[in-house]
Design a protein around this ligand. Structure first.
Ligand SMILES: *Cc1c(COP(=O)(O)O)cnc(C)c1O
Length: 396
């Protein structure tokens, strides 16, 4: 019996080594990585720049404390501000912690404006993490069940529904912020439209609310921009990110701009490990490498290629209902549940994920080459075709 708490349904495979877009298991079998540790390993596995940065940092400094100045943390905050258009940054160690910081920041912003019980609008289908506040913000009962009482102060709205936000603005004076993922990840790869987000931006301005985007999964080049809101014609007040920022080293960041930038003062928030010298040097290396290797434009091109190839190869079936996503964050929704697809893929040497029962999700490393993207797309198309030839159709 395993001594681990059985919180995960694990696949029967263990990896010992990785190289670029490939992983190798204990038997030496090779797998094409279509998931990148859930949007974490943007630079793939054992990237030479990261290997060199680890060596360099191991020889010098791993951890000191936020009791002291940390040069790499200052540099990383400045780089993140540059690429995001935000002004200031707080570092934690995960996506959930980045969102906790944003939630606390919104509440403090509310209290500063005289709102005693500040509330935050969150969306149906949202995923914001597994801590008590972030699971309360999450729009999935399965994640919340058994952990009540939930943290109060969240108001739920359907996605892409401006009228619902207007209604809340008219009726709920406690609201101080809006929080959403620009592309919902765990919720099935659903994009929020630019029109919707622009309208929400306007309402936030009118109401004095903070517009907060959870870019834990969409950030750091995943969607083909540094952050998914870029190019959508508006700028949020708060942006959280994590996953791809550390390429596997735990880091989360809460970025803020203008009025939100200086809400937190000394003593308002903290983290022992948050933004330590080691992890900040890794994240600086990630940003530098994304830039040097033009990986944002690669994400756009490879994402488009995978979409096109999967659409072409599945043209003969009606079972692929919709292709969604942005850059290298892709969802292929089938007309039926596909419980065996992930294991079938594994047997073919392909790592993919299924979310919401019927949506095949791809989050490959941003370093993926054209040949690898083609291999991934063809493998996924074959899996879709064979699943739909055998699995029963389900209505939902
Ligand atoms: C993964 C994820 C989180 C939680 O991140 P952790 O590092 O697991 O705490 C929060 N928000 C979004 C959008 C995510 O995809």
């Amino acid at each position: 019996m395993s001594a681990l708490m059985p919180t995960y349904a694990r696949l029967p495979v263990t990896f010992t080594r990785g190289e670029g877009t490939y992983l190798f298991d204990t038997e030496g079998r090779r797998y094409l990585d279509g998931i990148a540790g859930i949007a974490v390993n943007g630079l793939g596995h054992a990237h030479p720049a990261i290997v060199a940065a680890i060596r360099q940092q191991a020889d010098n400094l791993v951890h000191t404390s936020n009791l002291y100045g940390i040069a790499a943390q200052e540099q990383l905050a400045a780089r993140l501000a540059e690429v995001s258009g935000m002004d200031t940054c707080f570092f934690g160690n995960s996506g959930a912690e980045a969102n906790e910081a944003a939630i606390k920041l919104a509440r403090l912003h509310g209290h500063n404006r005289g709102v005693e019980k500040p509330a935050i609008i969150v969306l149906e289908g949202a995923f914001h993490g597994r801590t008590l506040a972030t699971l309360s913000a999450t729009g999935n009962r399965k994640i919340q069940a058994g952990f009540e009482p939930l943290v109060s102060g969240f108001v739920r709205a359907p996605r892409n529904d401006v009228e619902a936000i207007r209604q809340i603005a008219a009726n709920n004076p406690d609201v101080v912020a809006f929080m959403a993922e620009p592309v919902q990840g765990e919720g099935g790869v659903h994009e929020l439209s630019a029109d919707y987000l622009q309208a929400v931006r306007q309402i936030c301005d009118q109401q004095g609310w903070l517009m907060m985007l959870d870019e834990v999964q969409t950030g750091n080049g995943r969607t083909g921009d540094w952050f998914a809101y870029q190019g959508m014609g508006f700028v949020p007040d708060v942006v959280t990110t994590a996953k791809g920022l550390g390429n596997g080293f735990p880091i989360g960041a809460c970025l803020a701009r203008s009025a939100a930038a200086d809400v937190f003062g000394p003593g308002h928030h903290g983290s022992t490990y948050g933004g330590n010298p080691f992890v900040c040097n890794m994240a600086l290396t990630v940003i530098e490498t994304l830039e040097k290797e033009a990986l944002l434009s690669n994400a756009k091109r490879m994402g488009a290629l995978i979409r096109k190839l999967v659409a072409e190869k599945t043209a003969g079936t009606d079972s692929l209902v919709e292709i969604r996503g942005k850059g290298l964050m892709l969802g292929f929704q089938l007309d039926r549940d596909c419980p065996g697809l992930v294991t079938d893929a594994l047997h073919k040497g392909l790592l993919v994920n299924v979310t919401c029962g019927n949506t095949v999700r791809l989050l490959p490393p941003l370093v993926i080459s054209e040949a690898e993207a083609t291999e991934l797309a063809e493998g996924v198309a074959d899996l879709i075709l064979s699943t739909c030839a055998t699995a029963p159709q389900t209505s939902r």
